[in-house]
Design a protein around this ligand. Sequence first.
Ligand code: ZN
Length: 333
Amino acid sequence: MTILTKDGDAAQMDSGTTRPKMNALGIDLGGTKLAAAIVCDGKLVTEIKKVPTPKGADKIIESVIGLIADFQKDHLIAGVGIATAGVVNVETGEVIGSTGNLPGWEGTQIKKIVEQKTMLPTHAENDANAAAYAEVHAAGLGDKKAVVTITLGTGIGGGLVMDGKLYRGQHWAGGEVGHLKISMDNKRLCTCGRWDCWEAYGSGSGFLRTSKEVIATIKPEQSNLANKLPHLTNEIVGEAADKGDPVAHKIIEIWHEHVATGLVSLAHALDPYCFFITGGMEKFVNFETMRELFIDRSLPIIGQNVKILPATLGTSAGMIGAASLVVDSMVNR
Ligand SMILES: [Zn+2]
């Protein structure tokens, strides 16, 4: 097939790789906003445009089509990659499992609808998977047996890349690592309705629950945080830690143990080259402490070798990954 670049020329193949340099639109579809930018060769080449995510599948599709048309005014695009919350059947492009953040989204034939309306090749992918794909290739780790990208946000997302390819599992739910069970105590209910998932402890909302539990047991003279309990946020705890508050430090220490527990389980199943940590909670991670906890709890061959690293692409990873996936699907078809 002939693939057009923004200049209308046939695509140029990168020397040494199989990915041609062509423009694809990457769209990140989250619970609160839709973000999109044009991506070429794994890099953003335009500003990111954002619109609030409307309510309901029909309205969301309308916004997606609107964003595509908007970019097409000034750019020739070869395909559209959509990173969406929820479980996606990548072959049919249907959202087969949704999250509470996108009510009514489950069952949407996102790929089919966008292809019909725009005539552009489209790839739909779970957002954590798309982000993982982007991070691994940005780091030049496509030759590693396994790399695991963990998104520590409101929940916990995961993406498994093996030999440079996404591992999606038999039912497209591979990498749903937030629901690894990390305790048998039935202490915390997860958003999925089950007890003691990793997400209920290691995510941003898990951090806040830990904070409230710890602060409820202290006296006001021990920490100023006691007075802030009714309106507590993770940022307040983080700021208190920066000022040396011992209770805030204790909370962060407990949270590191929670995060490390999930990493240890995953590492023993997959023996990855490394973990990339990303998401809004990444700024709370002390990588040295995390590594020490990880080594303490791991078999020596895992503990000594598996790296834990900050991811590099930030919030644009989903867009970049989705756009790269549509390009790669065209080339490898
Ligand atoms: Zn769960």
